[in-house]
Design a protein around this ligand. Structure first.
Ligand code: NAD
Length: 478
């Protein structure tokens, strides 16, 4: 069944002003149209932003506990529909049902977490000595533009819309063009729970819609998660008085030292590299392994990688769903060719064939990759893992840090001193010890260094994120 999703603009569900629509196909069955969605024009964006800019004060003026109640209700609505939602997520995005179920349970938890944060938006008083009362209070920033990718189409938007709304902002949300249904479902739940139409708009579309949104003069803050290339374009496009938070790509490394538990580490690496079909921003894409354990680790990783069951994420027993799009598929094939052309060796028998009629890719593991190979430097965002061999801890750190990205990094070792040294030495926003580079706690700060995040506002989880969505006002009172 093809779903027809709409924009939510000016407090009502509407078509785009041009009437243009685009289709989203199931990446596991390319002939199946999962949904059609409006292609928003600059006019649609203008109407969406102008309306919430004019009407946002009703939501901002609501008592924090009332805003919290609304977010908690939205969480309950999503939970009540979790089973249907998870199936829709698999059909639209491609991940397995098990992965989708984790996402549909994490999303309501995020909303509840930020409901709590709305009650904790306190100010401070400052002693002056001259009788002046100086205090600060926190106000919503205003209109927030939220632009999101397809790989966690509920979880990531809930970590933007949740805190933005909790702080009393209005939001104009543009989900990825690959996941319009999930965007619609999140907005439906928030509206049903009681977010007023003056505080929330949904605009579907591609890059053109995103460009119109980030450069609209009615927007006060832009929060974006996606590729580094698009993040850089947004950074150049936003005006100097617009807050900008960018969460971008990664090239996450797992360092494996001789004193690691190699069997356990192989499992950690395979989960990090091939979970979500290699399409997690914090997924493991480089293994930097000491030469003394390289062969043993490679054998064990390959054994697991070979046993991956690739197919439609709704089919029982499938452990890896398809890639999400033609673009993802092309990039996967490009890097298989890149590996062939270099001195790296393909260890897993990967066939680049379309199994059935979807973007099905098998895990690929390349060994003997060199630090400056494209395979070791560029984000692939697919199930392609590069093994790089080193002969010391110091060399491992040099190779790990030789990257334009700094999102997540892991180390496998049984020595606590080495683990602590690594957590200091590695250039990454998140460090994992004897754990996969992906999988984050919802209540801890999350963000990268270097080209993985804007360094002015980088938190994408936890309570510190509320700073992005509020502005401090300082009052001097005599
Ligand atoms: P993308 O950058 O292609 O698109 C992201 C969003 O930006 C989409 O909604 C898209 O329509 C919009 N967009 C595209 N061009 C735009 C423009 N010029 N102006 C404004 N908006 C524009 O990314 P994607 O393919 O959807 O997602 C994959 C990328 O996201 C990977 O690079 C991955 O690492 C990254 N990612 C990062 C994190 C993180 O937390 N760091 C999390 C998930 C995904």
């Amino acid at each position: 069944m093809t779903l027809t999703v709409q924009n939510f603009v000016g407090g009502e569900w509407v078509e785009s002003s041009t009437g243009r629509r685009f289709e989203r196909h199931n990446p596991a069955h390319l002939s199946e149209v999962v949904a059609t969605a409006p292609e928003s024009s600059a006019d649609d964006i203008d109407r969406a932003v102008s309306y919430v800019a004019e009407h946002r004060h009703e939501w901002a003026a609501l008592a924090p506990d009332k805003r919290a109640d609304v977010l908690i209700r939205a969480a309950a609505i999503l939970e009540a529909n979790a089973a249907t939602l998870a199936e829709e997520l698999v059909r639209e995005e491609g991940k397995t049902l098990a992965e989708a179920t984790i996402e549909t349970s994490r999303t309501p938890q995020n909303l509840r977490f930020y409901a709590g944060e709305s009650l904790r938006l306190t100010g401070e008083t400052y002693p002056t000595g001259d009788g002046t009362l100086v205090y600060s209070s926190r106000e919503p920033v205003g209109v927030v533009a939220a632009i999101t990718p397809w790989n966690f189409p509920l979880n990531i938007p809930s970590r933007k819309l949740g805190p933005a709304l909790a702080a009393g902002n209005a939001v104009v949300f543009k989900p990825s063009e690959l996941t319009p249904v999930m965007g619609q479902r999140l907005v439906e739940a928030l509206l049903e729970a009681g977010v007023p139409g003056g505080a929330l708009a949904l605009v579907h579309g591609h890059a053109e819609a995103g460009r119109a949104l980030v450069s609209h003069r009615g927007v006060n803050a832009v929060t974006f998660t996606g590729s580094t290339a698009v993040g850089q374009a947004i950074h150049s496009a936003v005006a100097v008085d617009v807050r900008c938070q960018l969460e971008m790509g990664g090239k996450n490394a797992m360092v494996v030292l001789p004193d690691a538990d190699i069997e356990r580490t192989a499992g950690i690496i395979v989960k990090g590299a091939f979970g979500l079909s290699g399409q997690a921003c914090t997924g493991t894409s480089r293994v930097i392994v000491h030469e003394s354990v390289q062969l043993d680790l490679l054998d064990r990783v390959m054994e697991r990688a070979r046993s991956a069951v690739v197919g439609d994420g709704l089919t029982k027993g499938v452990t890896m769903g398809p890639l999400a799009s033609a673009g993802q598929w092309d990039k996967y094939l490009e890097f298989l060719k890149e590996g062939d052309a270099s001195d790296a060796r393909l260890e897993t028998p990967t066939k680049g064939q379309l199994l059935g009629k979807g973007y099905f890719a098998r895990p690929a593991v390349f060994s003997d990759v060199q630090p400056h190979d494209r395979m070791a430097q560029e984000e692939i965002f697919g199930p392609v893992l590069a093994f790089l061999t080193v002969s010391s801890y110091d060399e491992a750190i040099t190779v790990a840090n030789d990257s334009p990205f700094g999102l997540s990094a892991g180390i496998a070792t049984s020595d606590i001193g080495t683990a602590l040294a690594f957590s200091r030495d590695v250039h990454a926003g998140v460090v994992k010890v004897n754990q996969s580079t992906n999988g984050m706690a919802m209540n801890a700060p999350f963000g990268g260094t270097k080209l993985s995040s804007t360094q002015t506002h980088k938190e994408q989880a936890g309570a510190t994120m509320m700073h992005f969505y509020t502005t401090d006002k300082t009052v001097y009172f005599s």
